[in-house]
Design a protein around this ligand. Sequence first.
Ligand SMILES: CC(C)(COP(=O)(O)OP(=O)(O)OC[C@H]1O[C@@H](n2cnc3c(N)ncnc32)[C@H](O)[C@@H]1OP(=O)(O)O)[C@@H](O)C(=O)NCCC(=O)NCCS
Length: 365
Amino acid sequence: MNPIRHSQDKKISPSKQQNNSKHANMSNGMNKSINDRSTSYRAAITGCGSFVPDKILTNEDLAKMVDTTDEWITTRTGIKVRHITTGSETTAYLATEAAKKALAKANLDPAELELIIVATITPEMVFPSTASFVQRSLHAKKAWVFDLCAACSGFVYGLSIVQQFLESGRFKNALVIGAETLTKITDWTDRTSCILFGDGAGAVVLERQNTGRGILYSTMSSDGERWEALNCQAYGSRYPADKKLDDPKKIYMQIKGREVYQQAIRRIVEAVTECLHVCDLGLDDIKMMISHQMNGRIIESAARRLKLPDEKVFINIAEYGNTSAASVPIAFDGCVKQGKIKQGDIVIFVAFGAGLTWGASVIQL
Ligand SMILES: CC(C)(COP(=O)(O)OP(=O)(O)OC[C@H]1O[C@@H](n2cnc3c(N)ncnc32)[C@H](O)[C@@H]1OP(=O)(O)O)[C@@H](O)C(=O)NCCC(=O)NCCS
């Protein structure tokens, strides 16, 4: 996709945004900036791409590994298959392949890239960053690079960071990638978690534009009190590699499924509602909500509470499972490829994950 310029582009004018100051002040302190900030530059998505490993793990395969069934997984999560890495398919490799596709769509030479953010909780190594490896593979010598650890919200957090740099005029372009190899930290004996996750990467190129297109608003939130709901505890400074773990399962992801389920619905609804209020948009203005794909039932339940009709909710979890930071850009790329969204449309990205973290972006394509 190269969604640059469209005669039908809906312009959210600075005056319209100013009229929303009552909503902005009600929501949180961050929103004050929507009135202060010059809207002459926006961070517009000019290309997207995704990449998943070829190898597929089906529900039937999982039923041979743990006490589960295709029927249980399908009805409780919506997942049918997930892609899993093999051999040399590391996180940086997946990220680079997705990035190449996004750059090609944007027709942007990697040598011109100014910022690369890789959102991931399954990095290439402890350090350097996965983004360093992506920079190396792309020969993006000019770029400033780092990883972003906000779990499933990482990609949406990354968009918000890029928004600040492009709107301020500091950078002309940026590449945001969500890339994960979650199956490397999956406990394949735990039926409550091993059915959920898959590997993959998605990427978008954003460029500074003054066409009115781009990120109209973004919001991010977190609640560190609930860190235990989702975690992987080894091998950081609390449980270093040279110390025997009190529980060997700490090398794997651990989830409190029910707690996550309830929090996810609540926070998705909150974030999307804030976006609609601050941008003074109604449901008719929104072409599609592209949510983090954590569980089809969570997305459907949040959409029902938001009164979003089915055709405005993109769900592709059946094919990929939960790919954490990669899931929103993979879903966005799929949505574009299926022709469900086009230049000029307004879409909402929303995500929720470990931390806890959550966030959303309203974007005019
Ligand atoms: C994990 C999740 C699918 C479980 O679905 P649920 O409807 O909440 O199911 P429950 O956990 O209440 O478990 C219901 C029963 O199914 C059983 N069960 C759990 N996993 C099972 C599986 N894979 N196959 C068969 N039965 C399973 C449970 O043991 C429980 O049995 P019990 O009633 O005899 O105790 C759901 O809670 C979820 O998606 N949560 C969020 C996941 C998450 O954290 N994602 C990552 C962050 S974005």
